[in-house]
Design a binder for this molecule. Sequence first.
Ligand code: UD1
Ligand code: CA
Length: 455
Amino acid sequence: MNKPLNVVILAAGKGTRMHSDLPKVLHPLAGRPLIEHVIAAADSLAPERICVVYGHGGDVLPQAVGRDDLAWVKQEPQLGTGHAVQQTVSRLNPDAVALILYGDVPLIRSETLQELVLLAREDALALLTVSLANPTGYGRIVRNAQGGVERIVEHKDATPEELTLHEVNTGIMALPVKRLSAWLARLSNDNAQGEYYLTDIIAMAAAERVRVLPCHPGAVWEVLGVNSRMQLAELERAHQHNLAEALLHRGVTLIDPKRLDIRGELACGRDVLIDVNCVFEGRVDLADGVKIGANCVLKNVEVAAGVEILPFSHIEGARIGTGSRIGPYSRIRPGTELAAETHIGNFVEIKNSRIGFNSKVNHLSYVGDASVGSKVNIGAGTITANYDGANKHRTEIEDRASIGSNCVLVAPVRIGAEATIGAGSVINKDAPAGELTVARAKAVTVPGWKRPVKK
Ligand code: UD1
Ligand code: CA
């Protein structure tokens, strides 16, 4: 019979070596707080409950995470990992298996945890251990003559001989709640750090002939913790490497898998190509045959098949229709919808606008709060003046209109279908369909005029 699962996440520690005002577990990895990666791993096991132990930094942590379906347990003062788990005992189901996770070990995989949890029994504790070339700082796994796990000795309490052991405690374990609470009640803080060590329960288990079953992660990065900005940066790279590898496996071309950052979810169709130094945030969908040029930033964007985004474009909160060509140097802001085969060119900013089929805004323009029909051409340097200092107004440009260069369309204003607007016009009333509208001073030639000369 399967027991219910209760997860305990330890996150009360100070994170002194981050040198930060932000609680350590709120520092982002791949655009998301460390602790949210751990909570996601816990969620993937569909546990009966999740308890998070917090303390340092106060209520900032539960507020930032914003999950009231979790049991938030405050540990104050922080007297060690054993003391931390002790705070949760009253919140745990006595008939459950407890899984202990660390808020600062973000890359632990669901598959590894499932394996660990399956090993835990009434008479067996499952312990995740790993062999490290440099075990400095970690608790060492001490085994008996038969190879069974006997106890864990913390680095600061270890003898020179114990310090030579390379198998270390990851801190992650699974065991029955009943056993856990009985052992926690017997912990003492008589050790080098004057702390209640969770790790001391291993010797108690061994003494009671409860089997300690070691289990290992598929890869070392799964169990690496973040104690410093250096380690955070290293884990970020390890994680990005994994994400890039997964994309390559699915058939995406990455010009350099080392120069790509995914800070959210990136979904790619067939034959997608991504050039160097692109950043993807939030949810980004790239359909079949999409090409993304170098140095682009895309956040919450849906890109349809065959679109080409040229270098240095910044696109957020937009939908881009089939076969469109964007950039180089385009900025597309939230609320924008581009229909199929649109062309948005260099130094063009589009905000909260709909641009119809095959319309072109190719150079140096600002289009905001506008509805643009199909096959419209907007000349270089044209601006929709959408803001009167107090309110935003809309501009409507109907199908096949042609707007000359350097126009100002003062909203609210409507340009009729097939209307032509002469270059340099300031248009502050509706322009009728099919006609030429010009609003500029006539060019004048002054015959015989002479330039002034220096006296
Ligand atoms: C701990 C283990 C060590 C293991 C290492 C793996 C103990 C005694 N030692 O050591 O065997 O090799 O992790 O990284 O368990 N925390 C609290 N409250 C506290 C103290 C810690 O919530 O009072 C949390 C921290 O926020 C952190 C985790 O527990 O998420 C581990 O604490 P940390 O102080 O980093 O333990 P280590 O000394 O590294
Ligand atoms: Ca640590």
